[in-house]
Design a protein around this ligand. Structure first.
Ligand code: FIX
Ligand code: ZN
Length: 439
């Protein structure tokens, strides 16, 4: 029988055998709970925004973009179809008439396999029958448990009409779901945002005079009180400059950064997206571009008392981001965002981050939109992070220092939750305590 003493001894035993080292790294990485720091997943209480099931999975914008590479159906005809018809087309095109080789398609196969459903089925009857009979809360618990996700950070938009109604209504009290206050509409669509805010009764002047700045600060203060966000976030185009001479620069300097300072909130910058490069693809039509990392460096330099989370969409910006993080300890790189969330690229990014930053970064986020995506996105992420980490430990061993299980668990916990918790001030046992209070 393994006694506590044996277990402690085992925990601090030096792992000098490569295969045992790999086994322990894989075991720890696959079982360590993770905080998913950026998603578009909502709790069941957010009726209409809580997405789950095979039709939502198959009409994910990644798969829509891929379907159009293998069908000559017009975009117009596609968007006239019902969601069920679209899901049927995606399934037939990518999973029946072709082999589901892409990361997003392979992910669907992973989810079906986990629930014992046939990934070679000619149609979706079996899958629809299964997912339509799942009780939402039980299914949520099961998916979070399978994915090993302890906490989910949502993307909450104070300009999204449905979401505003939900927050002004009952909101939600699921302790595993945390808010982030999304500022895209305010910073990237100022003319439209002004109209929305004016309709909501705010006195807004296009010239951004002092009273408008104060009004906008009150607007954000109000949403921070309602949402209790862990951070504020914005996605920015590849052309983003800081400093700049546009209204976005003033909104950042006079509204967003002072608000972050007053509420001790981190600001997450997601840089490098080109929205709507092909509008015919709607939500699947966004592209990317290489950005100027110096803009981020200058923001970190000018605001040493503020904390920044950052991710870039371009592969060419990843090494620069690592180097910027070596220069600014108020900068936390996170995730392999969107078009980078593919095994070969996640592996490359994770290894260069380990080599340049040690365990001082947040390796991944899922960006999930549909609940069950958490399963494949974290299963794939854990396997790649595990092999990258094993390589680092194996190299350390070759250089003369073995590690213990305890040290591996410490490093993985730090990367999977600790770095984020300390960055945004989320106390360790917070979700547990709330959970005991009952959701
Ligand atoms: O800006 C974002 O948060 C992006 O992640 C989304 O806009 C994008 O559509 C997405 O889902 C990427 O995975
Ligand atoms: Zn996102």
């Amino acid at each position: 029988m393994i006694t506590l003493m044996d277990n402690c001894a085992a925990q601090s035993e030096l792992l000098t055998d490569n295969s045992e080292l790999r086994r322990q790294v894989e075991l720890i990485v696959t079982t360590m709970p993770v905080i998913d720091v950026h998603t578009h997943v909502f709790p069941p209480a957010f009726d209409g925004m809580f997405l789950q099931g095979i039709d939502e999975l198959l009409t994910y914008h990644y798969l829509i973009a891929e379907t159009f590479r293998s069908t000559d159906l017009s975009h117009e005809k596609f968007w006239l179809m019902t969601k069920t018809e679209r899901a049927d087309l995606v399934w037939r095109t990518l999973f029946v008439e072709n082999t589901p080789l892409s990361e997003a398609a392979c992910g669907i196969v992973c989810v079906l396999d986990v629930f014992g459903l046939d990934p070679r089925s000619p149609d979706l009857a079996e899958a629809r029958a299964f997912f339509s009979t799942q009780e939402r809360h039980e299914h949520l618990d099961r998916v979070l448990q399978i994915a090993g996700v302890s906490d989910v950070v949502m993307t909450n938009d104070p300009f999204h009409e449905r979401e505003v109604l939900l927050w002004n209504g009952a909101g939600h009290n699921n302790p595993r779901f945390h808010a982030s206050l999304r500022l895209d509409a305010l910073l990237n669509e100022w003319p439209e945002a002004m109209q929305t805010l004016t309709r909501q009764g705010l006195r807004i002047d296009a010239a951004l005079d002092d009273s408008t700045v104060a009004e906008l600060r009150r607007f954000l203060d109000g949403w921070i009180t309602r949402m209790q966000p862990l951070y504020m976030a914005v996605s920015l185009p590849a052309e983003f400059k800081f400093p700049d001479s546009d209204v976005r620069d003033r909104l950042i300097r006079e509204v967003v950064l002072p608000t972050a300072r007053e509420h001790s909130l981190s600001l997450a910058l997601m840089i490098g997206v080109h929205r709507g490069v092909n509008p015919a693809l709607r939500s699947a039509g966004d592209g990317m571009g290489r950005a100027d990392v110096r803009a981020l460096e200058r923001m970190c330099e000018e605001n040493p008392d503020l904390k920044f989370l950052a991710t870039f969409l371009s592969r060419e910006n990843q090494h620069e981001l690592c180097v910027s993080a070596r220069k600014f300890n108020n900068l936390m790189p996170f995730g392999c965002w969107w078009f980078l969330n593919n095994p070969s690229i996640v592996s490359e990014i994770t290894r260069e981050r380990l080599e340049l930053l040690g365990p001082s970064f947040i390796p991944q986020h899922s960006d999930a939109r549909v609940l069950e995506q958490l399963i494949y996105k974290w299963r794939h992420a854990r396997s790649i992070i595990g092999s990258s980490l094993y390589e680092s430990y194996e190299r350390l061993l070759q250089n003369g220092r073995a590690v213990t299980r305890q040290e591996i668990a410490r490093d993985v916990e730090r990367m999977f939750s600790g770095n984020f918790r300390s960055w945004v001030g989320l106390p360790p046992e917070s979700s547990l305590r709330n959970r005991e209070r009952g959701s």
